[in-house]
Ligand binder design. Structure first.
Ligand code: SF4
Length: 322
């Protein structure tokens, strides 16, 4: 029990974004319509709890398409896939549902369109992240990854007349701006997206942490270690001078983090479900928190349509006999 903790401040917005909502719903509806197992390439979203819940309902998560039996139903994760993976899945004849977030697809479409016009690309992103692999894999060549400002000096496009910049959707807004400035400085002709590629959910959650951090003594981010946008939230709070930790569940909270702290900020990455936020709140209450206050913030109303074949009208209600 920590008598110092007065209040928990809840960031707004936090947690699930429209792309994550849609991706999870696609797996659930595929399970309802076709029955278990449903194969999912890569974690549908980067959250341990979500993945375990879907596993319990009959989803099987795989990395290699060779692990998917012939005739299966396969879902691509929210991060998107390369053209090669898409082609291999088609060639193997799977029934495919694409849960790629429409905001990632938008980047893929832009890359394909500009590549046809002869553009090469500088991609700002994290090496090895599935979204980066998917976006870079839209082309067989001509897309150069930079992870930080230092990388910009080493990028070696074959020409600089037609060069465009694209970014991973879940980056630190500030880091990406700094790297983009370095790209502009080296390649003054570079074409930038009309609307930035970093998505609304990443931007809004980082903006909320910027407002919250100066008001609290400690920031807790609910998110899995693999979640890019959750990691960025923790780093941002830390960079703003507030001690910060990321936890996958309430069990990972350490009482010593709360010693001498009176105001606790709480947020969640775009793939972290609200149930985990509630569990963290209950645990912090048990540590001694007296009240919980939701901060003012942007209300997100964006919703993405489901793929054809999984919309409500496409699925008979339970008990229906056709
Ligand atoms: S974080 Fe952004 S890009 Fe990723 S699924 Fe959510 S809305 Fe889409």
């Amino acid at each position: 029990m920590n008598p110092n903790i007065e209040e928990v401040l809840l960031a707004e917005p936090r947690g699930f974004c429209a792309g994550v909502d849609r991706a999870i719903e696609i797996v659930e509806r595929a399970l309802a319509k076709f029955g278990a197992p449903i194969y999912v390439r890569h974690e549908i979203v980067h959250n341990t709890y979500v993945v375990n819940e879907l596993k319990a309902k009959g989803a099987i998560f795989i990395e290699e398409l060779s692990d998917v039996p012939t005739g299966s139903t396969l879902v691509f994760s929210a991060h998107g896939v390369s053209k090669a993976v898409e082609q291999e899945a088609r060639d193997r004849g799977f029934s495919i549902f694409d849960a790629t977030c429409p905001l990632v697809t938008k980047v893929h479409v832009e890359v394909a369109k500009l590549a046809k016009e002869g553009y090469e690309f500088i991609m700002i992103g994290h090496k090895g992240h599935p979204e980066v692999e998917g976006t870079m894999g839209q082309l067989s060549s001509g897309i150069h990854l930079v992870e930080d400002v230092a990388d910009v000096a080493n990028a070696s496009p074959l020409q600089t007349e037609k060069l465009a910049v694209v970014t991973q959707t879940t980056l630190s807004v500030d880091d990406a701006a700094e790297i983009a400035a370095a790209v502009r400085a080296r390649f003054p002709n570079v074409r930038e997206p009309k609307q930035q590629d970093i998505c609304y959910a990443t931007q809004n959650r980082q903006d909320a942490v910027k407002i919250m951090s100066p008001q609290v003594d400690l920031v807790i981010v609910v998110g899995s270690p693999t979640s890019s946008n959750s990691n960025r939230l923790r780093e941002l709070a830390q960079r703003l001078g507030t001690e910060s930790y990321m936890v996958d569940s309430a069990d990972e909270l350490k009482p010593e983090w709360f010693e001498g702290k009176s105001r606790i900020g709480l947020t969640a990455g775009a793939s972290a479900p609200e149930v985990l936020v509630h569990e963290v709140i209950e645990r912090v209450r048990a540590f001694g928190a007296v009240s919980v206050r939701k901060m003012d913030g942007i209300e997100e109303t964006i919703k993405f349509p489901l793929p054809k074949g999984l919309k409500l009208d496409d699925i008979p209600p339970p008990g229906h006999i056709s």
